[in-house]
Design a protein around this ligand. Structure first.
Ligand code: NAP
Length: 498
C-alpha cells in the first residue's frame, strides 16, 4: 500500500465529476440488466462483451428436452419488465430465452453488445482496466462489471473411457439436437435438476432409458399449470395483476429462503414431509422406492422440483442404476457389478464447475496481484461483489452470493443497485479506485462461514453449494438481510485510492 494515498469514505475531497466508461462481461440475464440500468443511470459509455454469437447465457446454452426454470416465471422476470404472456407457472427455457432477447432489443441493449469476442485479460493500470479479447481487441474501462454467470462451465466427470464411447456423448448444457433420441437407448449420468427434467421429457420417446444415480434426490411434487389464454389476456389488460403475482411469489420465496438458512426450521420440515409423501405414494415398487430414497435432509442439495419424475422413471423402458460406474466402453457404460449397459446416446447431466466465476479471464489487479493467486484456494468476495486489491471490478452473482432457490434476477438487481452507489465516488472524482478493505472482507468471510454451518446445505450431503472445505458457499442469512445489506454500501468497509 506504500506510496498510495488511501482515504476512508468519510473524507470528502475536492471533486471533479468525470465520465466513466464501463465494460460489462457477459450478455446473459445479468449483463442485459446491467446495460439497461447503466443507461437509466446516465452512463452511456459502455460495451457489453459476449463470447457467443447470441445473448441469453444459461438459456442460450441449456436447450435440453424439458428445460424450464424452477423459479416461477412471474418471479423470474425483471422487476421493470413484467411479462403477461408467460405460458406456464414454470415456463420452458425457450420462452425465457425469447424474453431476454425481447427485453434486450426493446431497451436498446442489443446494439451495445459486442458478440463473438471473449474477454481474455484484464489488467489494472492507472486507476482503470486494460481489457484484451480473443480477437486482439484492446479497450480501457474505468469500471468492469462481470456478469459471467454461476452455472456456466460444464463439469465433465473423470470417468475412465469416456472418449472411447462410440455413440453420441454430450453434456446436458451442450445438448446435440442433431442426435436422434427417439426409439434409441439413452443413458443419463446424474440426478440433479437437469437430469430429472430430461428424464421426464424423454421417457416416452426412447427405447431404453438408464439413469446412473450416484446419490438419490428428494423430489418436490411441484405442479406446473399452464396459464389459460383468458388469464393471459387479463394479465395484459391489468398489469397490476402481474405485479401483484411477482410480489406474492417474492414473499413466498423469501419465506422459503429464510427456512433454508436454518436446517431445523419448520419450512424445511414441511418440505421434507411433502417430498417423503411424494416418494411413498408415487413409487409403487418397494425396491425402486428404496433406491430413490435419499439419506440426507430434503433441500440439503438444491431441491429438485418435478410433478412427473417418478411417473417417468417407472415406465417399462426406464431403469435406475445405482451400482457405481466403472468405465465407459465403446458400446456403453460398464458398472462395478460387471454389467454393460449398452447405449446409443450418453448424456452427462453432471452439473457445473461453480468455482470459476469470471475465470478463465486473467485478472491482474493492484501491485500485479492476479485473481488466480487470490483465489488459489477458493473464490471469495466481500458481499459476493468485490475483491480486495481488485478495485473497480464488481461481480453479479459472484462467489458466496444468494443462490438458495432465489430468483437470481432479483439478486442481480439488488447487487447492481449497490454497485451503482459504489461507483458514485469514482464518478464524483472523489477517488480513482474503490475496493473493499482486506479487514472488512476477512470479517465478512468469518461471519459468513460461521453462519453457513447452520444452513440446510451444511446438514450433511454433497452438492455444488459446498466449497473445497465442505462449507456452503452461499449467502447464509435471510433474504431480507441481503436486501437490507444491498440497500446502501457501508463505505467504511472500502478503500478509496487516488
Ligand atoms: P447438479 O445439481 O450439480 O447435479 C449433477 C449430478 O451429476 C449429481 O447427481 C451428481 O451426483 C452427478 N455427478 C457428478 N459427477 C458425477 C460422476 N463423476 N459420477 C456420477 N455422477 C456424477 O447439476 P444440474 O442438474 O445441472 O443442476 C445444477 C443446478 O442448475 C441446479 O441445482 C439448479 O440450480 C440449476 N438448474 C435449474 C433447473 C431448473 O430451474 N429447473 C434446471 C437445471 C439446472 P451427486 O449428487 O452424487 O454429486
Amino acid at each position: 500500500m506504500s506510496g498510495r494515498s488511501v482515504r476512508s469514505a468519510a473524507t470528502e475531497q475536492t471533486q471533479h465529476e468525470r465520465p466513466l466508461r464501463f465494460a460489462v462481461i457477459g450478455a446473459g440475464m445479468a449483463g442485459i440488466l446491467t446495460g439497461i440500468r447503466l443507461r437509466e443511470a446516465g452512463y452511456d459509455d459502455f460495451t457489453i462483451y459476449e463470447k457467443a454469437e447470441r445473448l441469453g447465457g444459461t438459456w442460450r446454452e441449456n436447450t435440453y428436452p424439458g428445460i424450464a426454470c424452477d423459479v416461477p416465471s412471474h418471479l423470474y422476470s425483471y422487476s421493470f419488465a413484467p411479462n403477461p404472456d408467460w405460458s406456464h407457472r414454470f415456463s420452458p427455457g425457450s420462452e425465457i430465452q425469447a424474453y431476454f432477447e425481447r427485453v434486450a432489443r426493446e431497451r436498446g441493449v442489443v446494439e451495445r453488445i459486442r458478440f463473438g469476442d471473449e474477454v481474455t485479460r484484464l489488467e489494472l493500470r492507472d486507476g482503470g482496466w486494460q481489457l484484451e479479447t480473443k480477437s486482439g481487441r484492446r479497450d480501457r474501462a474505468d469500471v468492469v462489471i462481470a456478469a459471467t454467470g454461476v452455472l456456466h462451465h460444464p463439469n465433465i466427470p473423470e470417468i475412465p473411457g469416456l472418449e472411447d464411447f462410440e455413440g453420441a456423448l454430450f453434456h446436458s448444457a451442450r445438448w446435440d439436437h442433431g442426435v436422434a433420441i427417439d426409439s434409441r437407448r439413452v443413458g443419463i449420468i446424474g440426478t440433479g435438476s437437469s437430469a430429472v427434467q430430461i428424464v421426464s421429457a424423454i421417457a416416452d420417446r426412447v427405447a431404453k432409458l438408464v439413469l446412473f444415480q450416484r446419490t438419490a434426490q428428494w423430489i418436490m411434487p411441484q405442479e406446473n399449470p399452464a396459464y389459460s389464454e383468458a388469464e393471459r389476456a387479463e394479465f395484459r389488460r391489468r398489469p397490476e395483476l402481474v405485479n401483484q403475482l411477482h410480489q406474492d411469489m417474492a414473499t413466498l420465496f423469501a419465506g422459503f429462503a429464510s427456512g433454508l438458512v436454518d436446517a431445523n426450521s419448520p419450512q424445511m420440515k414441511a418440505i421434507e414431509d411433502a417430498c417423503l409423501a411424494n416418494l411413498e405414494n408415487g413409487v409403487r415398487d418397494p425396491v425402486l422406492r428404496e433406491k430413490l430414497r435419499p439419506t440426507y435432509k430434503a433441500a440439503c442439495k438444491r431441491l429438485v422440483m418435478s410433478p412427473d419424475f417418478y411417473q417417468a422413471i417407472q415406465k417399462p423402458c426406464a431403469e435406475v442404476v445405482t451400482e457405481g460406474i466403472e468405465r465407459v466402453e465403446t458400446g456403453g457404460v460398464r458398472t462395478r457389478d460387471g454389467r454393460l449397459h449398452e447405449l446409443d446416446v450418453l448424456v452427462l447431466a453432471t452439473g457445473f464447475r461453480v468455482d470459476r466465476f469470471l475465470r478463465p479471464i486473467q485478472v491482474i489487479g493492484r501491485d500485479g496481484v492476479s485473481l488466480d493467486t487470490l483465489w488459489a484456494q477458493r473464490p471469495s468476495a466481500y458481499l459476493s461483489i468485490s475483491i480486495p486489491g481488485i478495485p473497480n471490478l464488481f461481480m453479479l452473482n459472484g462467489p458466496n452470493g444468494p443462490v438458495g432457490n432465489f430468483s437470481l434476477i432479483e439478486v442481480a438487481e439488488l447487487q447492481l443497485g449497490y454497485i451503482l452507489q459504489l461507483v458514485e465516488p469514482l464518478r464524483r472524482g472523489a477517488c480513482r479506485e474503490i475496493s473493499p478493505s482486506e479487514e472488512a472482507t476477512q470479517r465478512f468471510e468469518a461471519l459468513r462461514t460461521e453462519a453457513a454451518r447452520n444452513t440446510i446445505w451444511g446438514s450433511g450431503c454433497r452438492s455444488w453449494y459446498l466449497d473445497d472445505r465442505g462449507i456452503p458457499a452461499s449467502w447464509p442469512w435471510t433474504f431480507d438481510r441481503f436486501r437490507e445489506e444491498m440497500s446502501k454500501p457501508k463505505l467504511e468497509a472500502y478503500e478509496q485510492v487516488g
